[in-house]
Design a protein around this ligand. Structure first.
Ligand SMILES: [Zn+2]
Length: 260
């Protein structure tokens, strides 16, 4: 048994076995993502974690958010505060602080969903090194206040849940993730990485502006997983065609989500 397996929980391991036994084309990355989002969703209902996360949000933002939801059924202040005042974006191209030269990059695989992998940047001139651990542990993300769309959406979802706004994490199985919040009984698109008002209730934004070619857009909760693709596409016929020509592994994992 490798270190990697030892560090996974029993359920994670069982989940991997279910598939490795009958699916030779198992995609480890997809499997890891299901485990990750399940663990994120469990943190979204963990009282201790939410209590801590709640302390990070200024009271004035909490108050404004309550009023906005009640009056307009939208989120604005908390989205703006999170993007402008709280989080920092980690660019893919890192420059050395002393030499101002582009650093070389490699990724070291982590040993569980808690540290998915660590990005390591090295300056070839002065040999200084910078690291960026990709955490799945929400408290760690909140301490570092840095990341890309996955860290942003994982933490922002926890912030909304900490204010009793039911929120889940959404992944497009291309290269982006965001959130959905249950507002007035309806799941709304929420993307803390974008500028308001695009960050709220603009579900077709990615397809229209980034040319997204979806197969699956999935929304994760602690106990269920929902295929929400139709909410994000105006080209459902084309998406269905794409699904016919793609491996079935996502559907298989999805069908077994409760076992993770
Ligand atoms: Zn340097």
């Amino acid at each position: 048994m490798s270190k990697y397996h030892n560090s996974l929980g029993l359920h994670d391991l069982m989940f991997k076995r279910i598939f490795s036994s009958h699916n030779a084309l198992i995609s480890s990355a997809i499997c890891d993502s299901f485990v990750l989002y399940k663990r994120i969703s469990e943190q979204y209902v963990n009282k201790d974690i939410l209590e801590y996360i709640r302390t990070l949000i200024p009271e004035v933002i909490v108050r404004k958010t309550r009023i906005e939801i009640e009056d307009k059924g939208c989120l604005k202040s908390v989205l703006q505060w999170f993007k402008k005042d709280f989080m920092q974006w980690v660019p893919r191209d890192q420059k050395c602080e002393s030499c101002n030269l582009l650093m070389s990059f490699h990724s070291v695989k982590g040993n569980s969903w808690k540290v998915r992998n660590t990005e390591r940047y090295k300056c070839n001139n002065c040999h200084s090194v910078q690291t960026f651990p990709r955490y799945g542990n929400i408290q760690r993300i909140a301490e570092t206040r840095t990341g890309r769309c996955s860290e942003w959406s994982m933490l922002f979802g926890a912030m909304l849940n900490s204010m009793s706004i039911k929120t889940r994490i959404v992944h497009d199985y291309l290269d982006h993730c965001w959130n959905e919040s249950l507002i007035n009984g309806k799941w709304m698109h929420v993307d803390s990485t974008l500028d308001y008002p695009i960050s709220f209730d603009h579900p077709y934004y990615y397809e229209q502006n980034w040319g997204k070619k979806y197969r699956y857009v999935l929304a994760f909760s602690s106990n269920i997983l929902e295929d929400v693709t139709t909410r994000y596409t105006q080209q459902w016929d084309i998406v269905q065609q794409r699904r016919k020509n793609s491996p079935k592994s996502i559907e298989e994992y999805a069908a077994n989500y409760s076992k993770i």
